[in-house]
Design a protein around this ligand. Structure first.
Ligand code: COA
Length: 178
């Protein structure tokens, strides 16, 4: 269901409950959690619950979550969710620990997942929804060739507030592997 995928530097593999301390290491950082849908992890139990929920979603087939392994340590995660087979579309989301930002690791993990999405799942389109002020995520998507498709007002409700988001999309014919 969630295959191991490899890039030049990263290995994307399914999570296990043993990854909880590594998840806690990045998910307990408020800067890392600022623009993601889940609240900052305050204790290791939050990370265990996150991993259990992820395993549940994966088992139901509604999403694919990978941990990003770099030099033998878990540095973040990336996932495909809201997969709609009849529309040949899914959404991508990602997060990296702060120490690993701006080293091209997000771009590499994204490229690996896009390759899987377009070549193995035969998707036509991958989308992402990003808070307007999240410059890093907008930059990452722009660098990967995504187009900005629109500004969606009060589109998501997370962590007690309505979020405006910019909608990004990449079509299979626009994807440039490697
Ligand atoms: C978004 C995120 C995964 C980017 O990962 P990354 O590995 O740092 O990104 P890369 O190093 O591959 O950078 C790719 C491009 O994104 C842009 N970028 C990355 N960080 C940026 C920043 N802080 N400000 C502006 N642009 C940025 C740049 O254009 C960069 O290309 P360049 O280095 O050639 O200029 C990382 O910042 C992160 O985990 N943020 C917190 C979680 C999050 O917001 N997730 C997304 C929710 S929608």
């Amino acid at each position: 269901m969630v295959p191991v995928l490899r890039g030049p530097r990263v290995v994307l593999r399914p999570f296990t409950l043993d990854d909880a301390p590594a998840v806690y290491a990045y998910a307990s950082d408020p800067e890392v959690a600022r623009y993601v849908s889940w609240p900052v992890h305050l204790r290791i139990e939050d990370s265990l619950a996150f991993l259990a929920a992820s395993a549940d979603r994966v088992a139901k087939g509604t999403c694919r979550d990978w941990c990003i392994d770099y030099r033998g340590q878990v540095v973040g995660s990336i996932g495909l969710f809201d997969h709609q087979p009849s529309h040949e579309r899914a959404e991508v989301g990602y997060v990296l620990g702060r120490r690993f930002w701006r080293q091209g690791l997000g771009s590499e993990a994204l490229r690996v997942v896009l390759d899987y999405a377009f070549c193995d799942l035969a998707l036509r389109k991958v989308v992402a929804h990003v808070r307007p002020e999240n410059a890093a995520s907008r930059g990452l998507l722009g660098r990967a060739g995504f187009c900005e498709e629109g500004f969606l007002r009060q589109h998501l409700f997370f962590k007690g507030e309505w979020w405006d988001v910019v909608s990004f999309g990449l079509l299979v014919g626009e994807f440039r592997p490697g």
